[in-house]
Design a protein around this ligand. Structure first.
Ligand code: ADQ
Length: 483
């Protein structure tokens, strides 16, 4: 049900995420266009919201005044403004240079700045205000990810009538790492404003529950934590795992189209029809283990165990967070290694590594997946990793093989993948060699099992489960004040 209150539309379902599913891109001639924004969250929620009516609150990707709310693809999009300074302090700073490293095992050091925290709080307030503007009486509010951890409590304070859920797309860290955060108690309080908290894996939910117990002395029982609201009333919040997935049916349909299959053949032909095509697809992020996989490949070439162009490696690395120092460094490192490998092992017209620092449409990604004999998903830490599930989905021919890091959420579900520990370069090389030499029928059997798993738990099921958990969360909000 949607209705108008003066000029303001309100909705029964409100999504809040740092980014809107589209970014405003202003061309040289000053005209603006909307482009789909990158990343796993948008990929997943976009397909969920196609089947539901609701509003989406988020940043439109450029600083300055926010554009007016508008409708796009059947969804009401409500932009939230960020200033230049807030992009630096709330987004690049606190979200991506404090929280992201802490939540990903401190692969790079986390930076703590009080002004970043203050900005994080201010922007979270702005998101909470925007959510309250578009939420109908008794609405369900679904908040996403680590950038908005204070929003649940801020919404509850303003709107006790709504039901509040939060989903964490990234890991929740062990208490020893979370404890480093000077603002750890404020973050726990922020999250506990929700009725239901969803995580990718059970160990993530357990880390959260342990933090509530050990850092702030709250009582937990099973997946419930007891908390006190600012008015002194006691309330229980549920925290459990709901692993995210992909739009299995939609993506498989796309992968089956003739044009995608033709394109897959074309890709292999333009690579020179190698015997083995290995593929990596990631945002260019230090959590994804891109350097580890390049190192393993380089050592295999150096050993003479494999040779290029018989074996060819394609690395697609989407540009990401390019203004954050650690990401600039990573890009230089990856590009140096790629240059080094190509200098040493390529033939004219046949580079050993095809490195593509670009974004592609979904159809092109589906074709790339079909063209790849071995998909290398080797993160050092990853909440889920949708690429692994997308690859499996696109292999309707039961071909290909998935090498998967044990440090991804996906590994908890995709146990028939060829597991690796990316820190163990020797082990990673052995897995790559083993997969190359394994009989096709063994790989097909593994692929069939993986495909069944992803088909059973697709993104619609994930969203349905999350919303059902939100609906049945332990205590309904007090509606007394709003009746
Ligand atoms: P991400 O860290 O962004 O997501 P991932 O889950 O792999 O990681 O999702 C990336 C998405 O971007 C995939 O849909 C992929 O196809 C797409 N993509 C990657 N490179 C691309 C390119 N060059 N062109 C076009 N598309 C590209 C975060 C968490 C993950 C979690 C997701 C969802 O870090 O652990 O799985 O959210 O919850």
């Amino acid at each position: 049900v949607q209705f108008f209150v003066a000029t303001q539309r309100v909705f029964d379902l409100v999504i809040a995420a740092n980014r809107l599913p589209v970014d405003r891109v202003v061309g040289a001639d000053g005209t603006s266009q909307w482009h789909r924004s990158p990343g796993g969250l948008v990929t997943a929620m976009d397909s969920v919201m196609r089947h539901r009516e609701g509003a989406w609150v988020g940043w439109a990707g450029e600083t300055g005044e926010a554009p007016a709310p508008f409708e796009e693809g059947g969804m009401w999009l409500h932009p939230v403004a960020l200033s230049d300074e807030e992009r630096e302090t709330y987004y690049e700073g606190f979200s991506n240079d404090t929280l992201w490293p802490i939540y990903h095992d401190v692969i790079v050091p986390a930076h703590f700045h009080r002004e970043w925290w203050r900005s994080y709080r201010t922007v979270n307030e702005r998101f909470a205000d925007a959510v309250c503007q578009v939420a109908a009486q008794g609405a369900k509010v679904w908040i996403h990810d680590y950038q908005l951890q204070l929003v649940p409590a801020m919404v509850r304070e303003r709107r006790p009538d709504v039901r509040i859920g939060w989903f964490n797309h990234i890991p929740f860290p062990p208490v020893e790492l979370f404890a480093q955060l000077p603002w750890r108690s404020r973050i726990l309080e922020g999250l506990l404003g929700a009725d239901y908290l969803g995580f990718q894996r059970t160990p993530d939910a357990q880390n959260f529950l342990r933090a509530c117990r050990q850092l702030d002395g709250r009582t937990t029982k099973g997946d419930l934590v007891t908390t006190q609201d600012p008015d002194g009333t006691s309330r229980r919040v549920r925290a459990s795992a709901v692993p995210i997935s992909v739009d299995h049916q939609g993506l498989e349909e796309l992968a089956r189209t003739e044009s995608v299959q033709e394109r897959a053949k074309e890709i292999r032909a333009s690579l020179g029809d190698p015997e083995v095509v290995m593929l990596g697809v990631d945002r260019l992020d230090y959590t994804k283990g891109i350097r580890h996989r390049l190192k393993a490949y380089e050592e295999l070439l150096a050993d003479g165990t494999i040779s290029s162009p018989k074996v060819t490696f394609v690395q697609v690395a989407t540009p990401s967070r390019e203004r954050v120092e650690a990401y600039k460094r990573l890009r230089t490192e990856v590009e140096t290694v790629v240059g080094h490998i190509n200098g040493a092992y390529s033939a004219i017209g046949a580079p050993a590594v095809h490195y593509l620092h670009q974004s592609y449409p979904r159809a092109e990604m589906a074709a790339l997946f079909q063209a790849a004999d071995i998909m290398l998903v080797t993160p050092l830490r990853d909440g889920m990793n949708l690429v692994a599930k997308e690859y499996v989905t696109c292999r309707h021919d039961d071909g290909g093989a998935l090498v998967l890091s044990e440090f991804t959420g996906a590994w908890h579900e995709l146990r028939q993948a060829f597991v690796c520990n990316p820190h163990d370069i020797e082990g990673l090389k052995q897995v790559m060699l083993r997969v190359m030499s394994l009989p096709a029928k063994d790989k097909r059997r593994a692929m069939r099992a993986l495909r069944r798993r992803v088909a059973d738990n697709d993104v619609q099921r994930w969203a349905d489960t999350f919303l059902a958990n939100l609906e049945t969360a332990p205590e309904r909000p007090s509606r007394a004040t709003t009746k």
